[in-house]
Design a protein around this ligand. Structure first.
Ligand code: ADP
Ligand code: ASP
Ligand code: MG
Length: 406
């Protein structure tokens, strides 16, 4: 008998029929003699609908109250799924995050899970019940509801699996595993049977939303066996996220391509080239709680320097405002930018031992006449910033040149 944590995403519980389908799937696992703990997301579109309601009242909704509103989506799903399970004779009980409780820090909208109390869960499992937990939410030390950031139900599931020492954490979604790139953009993308934690971490952090990055970090830290599967297909093995040292995996140079549309570039040109200038520019951005991703500094003319960096798109206008307000410290000739850019990243453990991947990327994009605006690299990835209109073309071309469709 195994203990399995299963997480069903928004599309998988997007209608009454789909919730009933999930209930039948859970019943099957239960009948095979497994203990099952289920984590669910809000029905598809629901979190966005709730967000729009909040933003119709406050352009920047109060963080505490926004979490109160957003957390309701999952509360609906847990109740409905338990009813569907009960209808087919499976005893089931629902819990919100605060009922368990799943304790988090106090950072609304991107709270981190600190602990999961498993007392009630263990009791329910002993009584043979299926437990259905609301994903994406927790409670802080003041008893305030928190949410874990978009896609956070993945992390709820992994945290429960870690605490309960589950045999496997299964993430059920609308694709049957992790692909070489987003199959919605490149139909030739191939499912990977396995991918290492390191590569999955890179893909998740670089924009592949199939798993929330924190869920991968958590699974790596607590050695949770993590698998991505389809809730819409039967009998698929999905993709297993593995520890490299566990496996004799034969390494291809490139294993996947990710892209991130949530990017905007800020240019600060003609700043006096002297110590402290990077701090003056990026310090004020950090003080405004804006996260900076790629950074470039170039030598300009007459002892000046040009500075470019990227920020999340919804922080773009704010970033320009902050810099303009700091002009008496920065003394830039021009401050401008572009919020129609995307970051495309090529990831693979094999890059450690193979040179030439970066130049292959640059050649491929040059052949397609795609201008590269910024570049950043690490041991196992190369990212380029390009105009958003070339996103599909670039991803397809790179997918082909690295033979990911083979
Ligand atoms: P859920 O609602 O189940 O959490 P998400 O929409 O968050 O599902 O994640 C699944 C989606 O991730 C897929 O529909 C797919 O479009 C997208 N995706 C992006 N990159 C990849 C990839 N490399 N492999 C699989 N899916 C990917
Ligand atoms: N419902 C939340 C979201 O849409 C959490 C999740 O689906 O994982 O981001
Ligand atoms: Mg998701």
């Amino acid at each position: 008998m195994a203990l399995i944590v299963q997480k069903y995403g928004g599309t998988s519980v997007g209608s009454i029929e789909r919730i009933q389908n999930v209930a039948r799937r859970i019943a099957k696992f239960k009948q095979q003699g497994n203990d099952v703990v289920v984590v669910v997301s809000a029905m598809s579109g629901e979190t966005n609908r709730l967000l729009a309601l909040a933003e119709a009242i406050q352009t920047q909704p109060n963080p505490r109250e926004l979490d109160v509103v957003l957390s309701t989506g999952e509360q609906v799903t847990i109740g409905l799924l338990c009813m569907a399970l009960q209808e087919i004779g499976v005893p089931a009980k629902s819990y919100t995050g605060w009922q368990i409780p799943i304790s988090t820090d106090k950072v609304h909208a991107k709270a981190r899970i600190e602990d999961v109390n498993d007392a009630k869960l263990k009791q329910d499992l002993k009584e043979g019940k299926v437990i259905v937990v609301a994903g994406f939410q927790g409670v802080d030390e003041n008893g305030d509801i928190t949410t874990l950031g978009r896609g956070g139900s993945d992390t709820s599931a992994v945290a429960l699996a870690a605490k309960l020492k589950a045999d496997e954490c299964q993430i059920y979604t609308d694709v049957d595993g992790v692909y070489t790139t987003d199959p919605r953009v490149v139909p030739e993308a191939k499912r990977l049977n396995k991918i290492t934690f390191e590569e999955m971490l890179e893909l998740a952090s670089l924009g592949s939303k199939v798993l929330q990055i924190r869920s991968v970090e958590f699974a790596g830290k607590y050695h949770v066996r993590l698998r991505v599967l389809s809730s819409l297909k039967d009998e698929c093995e999905g993709t297993l996220i593995t520890f490299e040292e566990d496996e004799n995996m034969e390494h291809v140079v490139v294993s996947g391509i990710a892209f991130d549309k949530n990017q905007a570039r800020v240019n600060v040109k003609g700043v006096p080239d002297r110590p402290g200038i990077a701090y003056n520019i990026l310090g004020s951005i950090a003080d405004a709680n804006i996260e900076v991703d790629m950074i470039i500094q170039n030598v300009g003319e007459n002892d000046t320097t040009d500075f470019s960096f990227t920020v999340p798109r919804n922080d773009y206008q704010n970033a320009l405002k902050v810099l303009n307000a700091e002009q008496d410290k920065i003394h830039a000739k021009t401050i401008d930018g572009d919020d129609t850019v995307v970051k495309v990243s090529v990831v693979g453990l094999g890059m450690r031992s193979h040179s030439g991947v970066a130049s292959q990327i640059f050649k491929t994009l040059a052949d397609e006449n795609i201008n590269i605006q910024m570049i950043s690299t690490s041991e196992i990835k190369v990212s380029v910033l390009i105009d958003e209109k070339y996103l599909e073309l670039a991803t397809r071309a790179l997918h082909e040149v690295f033979q990911l469709d083979k």
